[in-house]
Design a protein. Sequence first.
Length: 196
Amino acid sequence: MTRIASLSRKTSETDIIVTINLDGTGQTDIDTGVGFFDHMLDAFGRHGLFDLAIVAKGDVHIDAHHTVEDVGIVLGQAIATALADKRGIQRFGQAAVPMDEALVEAVIDLSGRAFVAWGISFERPMLGEMDTQLVEEFFRALAGNGFFNLHVRQLAGHNAHHVAEAAFKSVARALRTATTLEPRIAGLIPSTKGTL
């Protein structure tokens, strides 16, 4: 089974192309024009073991908001496309990732229902040229367009870079577990409803 998707989205604000292989080895090729965001997406691909290519051109002369949110939209859609009907997946994933003094936990259910519970705060407003508020915006766009339930909570930490990086890595690792194929239910959909 090939679980690869390539999607694009072009608006007056952004032009984005995303390719993801859910069964990759963590190879990434990222260029969004927002340095800190590139760093986080690289970590997302590597720790999720997703082969991930993202090229985004956006109105970053205004700020990074449209680019970050729209990448989340297209990446979420690509994940949903690659998962298809979700036969044989583990469905649930959980990971807690430390980054020095920071500790962030992510829990995912690939339920087909979009919901985000966000429990992270940042002690400073910017990470490079990226507003820290955009970390939440990215994950809301990702889960909303990937149609999954996502809980992210900060258990410890004060360094904004560490907290953000722990969030991206924990979500990636939780998603890696949730999307993994479970041989014991090969061909079956992991739901009493028979659909996700």
